[in-house]
Design a protein around this ligand. Structure first.
Ligand SMILES: *Cc1c(COP(=O)(O)O)cnc(C)c1O
Length: 388
């Protein structure tokens, strides 16, 4: 009997080691891992530079309190500020802490300018912002909030794409609109660039803040550092997490100068967030994934992947409904049952994971090799053939 609580529906498989795109199970099998901890291991398993960083830093210093200056965190924040819209960063340990912090920053900003009544956040119905109490209510998902009452107030919801409803929801109590640039859990639904521009314009007109949740789609996943980069939109607040630690738990909320102004000493904190060990790893990850040549490679490989998947869609029009996503955040929306399809892929040594709307998520490491993509295509083709 397992003493782990039953809150996960775990597969009966465990792994003893990983290298790059591959995982090796305890029962001696080798899998192509296109889950990578759900877009977390941006550089694959056991990347040599990350192994070196963690070894070196672990001999020097793991943890000190945020009561002291932490040079590794200063350095990472500076790099983020240099590369992005952000002027300030608060480090956390996970995605949900990052989105919680984003909500706090938005509310605190309006409080600090004498408008505390502006505290409501508008979100997309059935989006995903994490599992803490505020984040589940931000998601507006019945499944995630059921049984966790009382309801956390302060969130309004519109359906993905319902611009009319969105505009109607904005009142003098609204502080911000918070959306995932690409909805991950919800089924890899991309908010188009023209729509992001429209959101920015709307927020400017209404003098409210734009929060883009890049926890899953950010940090090079789309071939741009942020998924919103291509749109040229500048958000006010951006929570990040998954990819930035390359497998080590790191989250952060990024802010422009204006919105950060409310976060005076004592307004937010974290015991673990931003400790030297985490920060040294974050520095190594960002140095690699923010390089132009690295991001170009992500674009090239993902273009190839999308092209080949679309060929499979043409070949199997009764199995694959749509190829979704951008870069290496890929969704295959199916006509067939996703759970069985994922199991079939796994039986053929390819690991993928499900998302909403009967979509399977394909999340290779960002440094995936072309022949590994070819191998995945071969397996998906084989599984599709088995349905005929
Ligand atoms: C995964 C995810 C989160 C939550 O991250 P955790 O680290 O699991 O708390 C928040 N927002 C988005 C968009 C995510 O994909």
């Amino acid at each position: 009997m397992s003493n782990l609580a039953k809150n996960y529906n775990r597969k009966n498989i465990s792994f003893k080691k990983g290298k790059g795109s591959y995982l090796y199970s305890h029962n001696g099998k080798k899998y192509l891992d296109f889950v990578q901890g759900i877009a977390v291991n941006s550089l694959g398993h056991a990347h040599s530079k990350l192994v070196k960083t963690i070894n070196q830093q672990s001999k020097k210093l793991w943890h000190v309190s945020n009561a002291f200056t932490i040079p590794e965190g200063e350095k990472l924040a500076k790099k983020i500020a240099k590369k992005t819209f952000a002027d300030y960063v608060i480090f956390q340990n996970s995605g949900t802490e990052a989105t919680e912090a984003a909500i706090k920053v938005a509310r605190r900003y309006f409080y600090s300018i004498g408008k505390p009544q502006k505290n409501r956040i508008i979100c997309i119905k059935n989006s995903f912002h994490g599992r803490t109490l505020a984040a589940i209510h931000a998601s507006g998902s019945k499944k995630m909030t059921e049984g966790f009452g009382p309801k956390i107030q302060g969130f309004d919801h519109f359906q993905f794409g319902d611009h009319k409803k969105l505009k109607k929801l904005i009142t003098n109590k609204t502080a911000a609109i918070m959306v995932e640039t690409i909805m991950g859990e919800g089924g890899i639904k991309v908010i188009p660039d023209w729509c992001l521009k429209g959101l920015r314009k709307l927020c400017n007109e209404k003098k409210i803040l734009l929060i883009l949740d890049e926890v899953q789609c950010g940090i090079g996943r789309t071939g741009d550092f942020f998924a919103f980069d291509k749109s040229k939109v500048k958000p006010d607040i951006v929570p990040i997490a998954k990819g930035i630690g390359g497998g080590f738990p790191i989250g952060a909320v990024l802010m422009n100068k204006k919105t950060a102004s409310g976060m005076i000493p004592g307004t937010h904190g974290s015991t673990f967030g931003g400790n030297p060990l985490a920060m040294s790893i974050g520095n190594t990850v960002i140095d690699i994934v923010s390089k132009k040549s690295f991001l170009n490679e992500v674009k090239l490989n993902s273009n190839y992947f999308h092209k080949e998947l679309n060929k499979l869609k043409e070949k199997f029009p009764k199995i694959i409904k749509e190829v979704r996503g951008r870069g290496l955040l890929i969704g295959l929306q199916l006509y067939k049952d996703q759970t069985i399809f994922i199991k079939n892929l796994m039986d053929n040594k390819l690991l993928t994971i499900k998302a909403g709307e009967n979509t399977i998520r394909i999340l290779p490491p960002l440094n995936v090799k072309k022949n590994e993509i070819k191998q995945a295509i071969k397996i998906i083709n084989k599984v599709c053939l088995s349905y005929q």
